[in-house]
Write a protein that binds this ligand. Sequence first.
Ligand SMILES: [Zn+2]
Length: 149
Amino acid sequence: MIEVEIEEKLYNRFFRDVKYENYKKERCGILVGKKINNELYRITDIIEDENPISQSPFGVFRSTEHIYPELIESIKRNPDTDYLGEWHTHPHGPDSASFIDKLSIKTMIKNPIYGNINWVILLIISKKTENIIYFFQHRRYIIGKLSIL
Ligand SMILES: [Zn+2]
């Protein structure tokens, strides 16, 4: 079982502007944190792409350039952390990753431009209190659990 921890205060940042949640477009970004052991990971920062390449109620594609400088800053503040994975919202559902979501993560893992990573966490925020964690390794994935501390 893969468990991913996040402090509640940080988790709540996914739900800003919650008033318009149901009408909003998908939002996306990256997760920063650390691997505690093979089964436990901790999110220590979330970075949002405020200006994605494309954004609609049913899809979002982020730009690497928008986020990279913030990732570097985040790692400087907490040198024992690193890129952990991706997050995006599904304000209109479903409560799971789409075929395209899974395919794009698998493509990332295989792409040498992302470095030597062989695993990536994907967090889907579906509704205010619902979320799902995927842990991708190589070409496969398993479902994990998000623990809000
Ligand atoms: Zn999605």
